[in-house]
Design a protein around this ligand. Structure first.
Ligand code: FES
Ligand code: FES
Length: 169
């Protein structure tokens, strides 16, 4: 199939790529850009291992045409670190043993990032609903939920400290 030039913005960097119009975002990330954090677990939008953020919204990159993302901001797990430091969810996964084989971990992290950006203080039900599209074959869900709760607390503490340092009293 004839290739076309597509400009994608991934993790803050612009990439001009010659790709087939039918190429999936997951394949462009993994094959053309060597961003192999996003995983292929099913290929039919049922496992969430390929989740990336497109303009902040979690999307399954295994069923998303790369060309359709032109002009949008794509964030992968490689872009989750904040100012060179691990994001709260990455630290919490390490602290709580949230990853077993780790295959599902990038997808979970992207979903959690989107959840906390939209709702910094989610209820247990809201967390479970948000993560319901991400599956873990190792089934270590309890550690993952502990990690998510720890990340929420860490982000809340960070915000309180940020507010405190701006308003010393
Ligand atoms: S690989 Fe995309 S949802 Fe499973
Ligand atoms: S940690 Fe192995 S699939 Fe989730």
């Amino acid at each position: 199939m004839k290739k076309e030039l597509v400009e994608l913005k991934i993790n803050g960097r612009r990439h001009e790529l010659a790709i087939e119009p039918s190429k999936l975002l997951l394949d462009v990330l993994r094959q053309d850009l060597d961003l192999t954090g996003s995983k292929r677990g099913c290929d039919d939008s049922s496992c969430g291992a390929c989740t990336v953020l497109v303009d902040g919204v979690p999307m399954m990159s295994c069923t998303l045409l790369a060309a359709s993302c032109e002009g949008q901001e794509v964030t992968t797990v490689e872009g989750v670190a904040e100012h060179g430091a691990l994001a709260a969810i990455q630290r919490a996964y390490g602290d709580w043993g949230g990853a077993q084989c780790g295959y599902c971990t990038p997808g979970f992290m992207m979903t959690v990032k989107a959840l906390l950006a939209a709702n910094p203080d989610p209820t247990e039900d809201e967390i479970r609903y948000a993560l319901s599209g991400n599956l873990c074959r190792c089934t270590g869900y309890s550690q993952m939920y502990e990690a998510v709760r720890a990340a929420i607390q860490a982000e809340q503490k960070g915000r309180e400290q940020g507010v405190g340092s701006r308003n010393p009293s």
